[in-house]
Design a binder for this molecule. Structure first.
Ligand code: AMP
Ligand code: GLY
Length: 419
């Protein structure tokens, strides 16, 4: 089986690494990829936001399966374009990807499916925003309705800041909407389910660190690190969320005539009143994928193909490695606000020599002078260990060997859980 992986982040590097380990997978092409991915498999230029360009490349390369990493092409209909050419695709249709593309749509489907989430109001004008902020009280949660690359959500006690973010969201266009919701208090969990539109198989849960700095300080980011498993989580968490969240969502999407095929990512808050959905994404999470796939022992290509071809019921149960995985993101100077790129990255090989460590690339580019930074999130240093503590030690040992001018990372990924 030949596979095209679309995307250029550490998530795609993790996907490529796992697919390479599956003996049923032949040729792997990644587009556009990054400097690290290009080291391992063939890469091709691609405008990964262009649905038709993705389908055309899949046809040109005559692959058997396309795996789409990021949300933007999915929302733009890339999976529809690929399937229209008769090629299997792991990723939802544009209609189904609206679970991520519109927070208001996701709330509507959750309501139909009876899935617990934060109470919310969808607002089109500032008067409604002000009323909703008062109704739910502080801390205020203000979300851009549409895709915003992880930067659409503001959580704040400052009413003026909440109003200002709502105003910014609404001024994006005449149809712009903003979602105001109640604050959910409790630890967050990311749980992924792989689905063929009928059946959904949960993966192991992970925890993401969204804020830029240690102690959950600073602005929200795409994610600064993750770990798995979650030693503190209730043992029934995965079964409960599968039964009460993932399966009802998949059933409802199918009944609506827009089956969801691919990866459904539930972002959850474990509150005192029970588990609540914070958001859905229509794709693998980044950086959680780096730790979840590090622990997956089953052949990934076969799992994704079964989902894409409606045959998950014939798949043997997933197998998982013992131990734990931790990933720590190294971000460029100025991330998330104004990332500076073009800085030389030193120590990559030395870092990769640390036992249990895989250096996954995100925003990197090869130049004559060496590999340089080319994006906000630069590397995902991923380590496996017998315990969370060992995986953490290995990841941070590898990080000590890397130097990038002005780069930053969090030093507390998985720290509380390891203790
Ligand atoms: P989202 O893009 O919806 O995942 O939101 C990004 C982050 O904002 C989440 O991971 C949470 O940390 C935070 N967040 C979003 N919605 C809420 C909420 N209702 N209550 C508390 N925190 C939230
Ligand atoms: N780690 C958060 C996300 O992938 O959206």
């Amino acid at each position: 089986m030949d596979i095209l992986v679309v995307g250029s982040g550490a998530r795609e590097h993790a996907l490529v690494t796992a697919l390479k380990a599956d003996k049923s997978v032949g040729r792997i092409i990644c587009a556009p990829g990054n400097a690290g991915i290009a080291h391992e498999v063939e890469t091709r230029d691609l405008d990964a936001t262009n649905a038709q360009a993705i389908a055309d490349l899949a046809a040109e390369c005559a692959v058997d399966l396309v795996v789409i990493g990021p949300e933007v092409p999915l929302v733009a209909g890339a999976a529809d374009s690929v399937r229209a050419l008769g090629i299997a695709c792991f990723g939802p249709s544009a209609a189904a990807a609206q679970l991520e593309g519109s927070k208001a749509f996701a709330k509507q489907v959750m309501d139909e499916a009876g899935v617990d989430t934060a109470r919310a109001r969808v607002c089109g004008v500032m008067d409604e925003v002000a009323q909703a902020l008062d109704k739910f009280g502080a801390p205020h949660v203000v979300k851009d309705d549409g895709l915003a690359a992880g930067k659409g959500v503001v959580v704040t006690n400052d009413r003026d800041e909440a109003l200002a973010h709502a105003q910014a969201c609404l001024s994006r266009g005449v149809d712009a909407r903003v979602v105001i919701e109640e604050y959910l208090d409790g630890p967050e969990v990311s749980l992924f389910g792989i689905t063929d539109g009928t059946m959904i198989i949960p993966l192991e849960p992970a925890q993401d660190f969204k804020r830029a700095f240690d102690g959950d300080a600073g602005p929200n980011t795409g994610g600064m690190g993750a770990y798995s498993p979650l030693p503190w989580a209730p043992p029934t968490l995965v079964a409960d969320v599968t039964e009460r969240v993932l399966q009802p969502m998949i059933d409802t999407m199918r009944e609506r005539g827009t089956p969801f095929v691919g990866l459904l990512y539930a972002g959850l808050a474990l509150t005192a009143r029970g588990t609540r959905v914070i958001e859905f994404n229509a794709r693998f999470g980044d950086p959680e994928t780096q730790v979840v796939l590090a622990r997956l022992a089953s052949p990934l290509g076969q799992v994704l193909l079964a989902a894409a071809t409606g045959t998950l019921d014939a798949l043997p149960p997933l197998a998982w490695r013992e131990g734990a995985a931790v990933t720590v993101v190294i971000a460029s100077r100025g991330y998330p606000e104004n990332p500076v790129t073009g800085d030389l990255i030193e120590g990559l090989d030395a870092a990769g020599c640390v036992e249990g460590v895989t250096v996954l690339h995100a925003g990197t580019r090869a130049t004559a002078a060496g590999i340089v930074t080319a994006g906000g999130r630069v590397l995902s240093i991923t380590a496996q260990g017998e315990s969370l503590a060992q995986a953490r030690n290995r990841a941070y040992k590898a990080i000590d060997r890397i130097s990038i001018e002005g780069a930053h990372h969090r030093s507390d990924i998985g720290l509380a859980a390891a203790r």
